[in-house]
Design a binder for this molecule. Sequence first.
Ligand code: COA
Length: 373
Amino acid sequence: MKKVVISGTGLFTPSQSISNDELVAAFNQWVQLFNAENAQAIEQGEIEPARESSSEFIVKASGIQSRFVIDKTGILDPKRMVPHIAERSNDEPSVMCQMAVAAAKEAMQRSGRTAADIDGVIVACSNMQRPYPAMAIEVQQELGINGFAFDMNVACSSATFGMQTAVNAIQAGSARSILMVNPEICTGHLNFRDRDSHFIFGDACTAVIFEEAEKATSNCQWEVISSKLVTSFSNNIRNNFGYLNRADETGIGAKDKLFVQEGRKVFKEVCPMVAQIIGEHLAANHIAVEDVKRFWLHQANLNMNLLITRRLLGRDATDSEAPVILDTYANTSSAGSVIALHKYQEDLPSGAYGVLSSFGAGYSVGSVILRKV
Ligand code: COA
């Protein structure tokens, strides 16, 4: 079997960022507007009053301090609370494509690869800007890559599922090198009027170059030792937005056409599942948990990551063992664990093991064991 390496990673971070205090101020203004507009119905007990959010709660419940976003103004306008992203003509690159190209160019530069070296593009993320043509084909066109391109979506686990797909393609001989990108505009599916979740997401895009180990030349490479993917159906993280919405007008604009979750249940069910899957995956590859120098975990909630690493290690992980980026990025869905890899990979020595893991809607869990070349 051909050995496959990650030979370069890239990251696009939007220029705008929203602090918890800014987000909470806008949310609380909306609460006051909502309660004033509905004063009579609230008085008569017909509807519940909206309740204020707080920065203290957000930090305690999630570890998030701020998030990068494509558009700050629209989100912070209490009368709108949706990013402004203007429609573009079909002749202009789409927003997702632009993010993807920026991240891809960095990954290509780091891997020392040009478009001519790459045979396939996978766009793996939670939400595609449109159903077709595939986002990946637009990215392929913008970068001048030959071969094939396709989109895939496994929500927050899209990157790890994309990684296994990329490795499989190279090992099967259908591509010499694959570019996988994860453009996530999570603020587009977030209900900024939902007190339980208005703070959890941000926007970013990551990119990863995979290629045959024996041809790779970059100075920071990670061999993909093994990947393990698991799915188990759950409605606890769900979004009912889709092309059939127009076939029943009664549901258009309803809350379930955006991200909805049972946060507590997700926390309780997903953490033990992830710890068990990573533990079993390492054992199956005869790697002791203590020999793993770094866990690049999905970046949704700090308390989830602390719990998962505590279960695995039997103690608290150090910041170096399980780096945190969700404090400034929030949950960027599939991009999160790859941002952690991108930012925290140079310092480890040759031969060091790391585990990149995603988890989220589906449920879906991915565990990818890497070894520094
Ligand atoms: N501001 C202030 N208080 C808030 C609040 C807010 N924005 N949102 C909820 N609260 C209150 C609740 O009303 C509740 O108080 P009460 O018991 O007096 O009614 C209390 O805080 C606890 O609420 P709860 O929903 O149980 O909070 P939590 O500690 O479970 O944290 C999440 C909520 C969403 C942060 C947490 O469950 C979580 O992160 N789960 C993981 C899900 C996830 O990240 N999924 C992404 C895909 S993997």
